[in-house]
Design a protein around this ligand. Sequence first.
Ligand code: MG
Length: 255
Amino acid sequence: MKQFVRFCTEDGRVYGQVTPEGVYRLDSTPLEDYTPGEFAGDLDELDLCSPVDPGKVIGVGLNYRDHAAESGMDLPEEPIIFLKPSTSVVGPNSPIIHPPDAERVDFEGELVAVIGEKIHRPDPVQARRAIFGYTCGNDVSARDLQGRDGQWTRAKGFDTFCPLGPIINYDVDLGCREIVTRQNGEIRQRSTVDTMIYDPEYLVWFCAQIMTLEPGDVIMTGTPSGVGPVQSGDVIEVEIEGFGTLRNPVVMAED
Ligand code: MG
């Protein structure tokens, strides 16, 4: 497994490779051929940003049985997908801004697949190979607006409603890794990624039958049970075993 991060420097946002000794700067993105360069610092010293700037963020609804049950929804017969705007993406430590026109804003901790190749109507093997790696995500959702609208664009589309990161984990076996969401240190969601209904490889194949997937696009693979509302001042953490912890504070919008 290799691990990559992106961070802010005087030269703009650059990628680095995470090693036991610290982070080494790359001369390009890890999605291309790259050469590790100079030592950039310890991981916790760097000003990390979202590990990708996705052209598309594809979300998947009701992909864990326990979450479908807590939502009172039937299990889907095929994946239910939706889009979040690229402007909703923020990186680790960036605030999730609670909009004034939403009454209930929920966290949704999720495993996120990062696409590394352009694919359209791939076969299952091509779809699997097109996954560059995995990171953590939070599919922040204005639950009252989601219910009121009957579709999810507004509820899931606010700026800052898609924290991603901190690390892209390359060449990994997902296995039955644990996914945990904490609110102010207290565990709210705890599951394992093997309990998804549709696995990431199938989701990539399914989405790419519809739309061309491009490098940097991400697929958020759905949330387990335990979603709940956030309040201003909260800190939400999404941790996937071995993949890092995505931590974001919540603030009220200044209107
Ligand atoms: Mg979700």
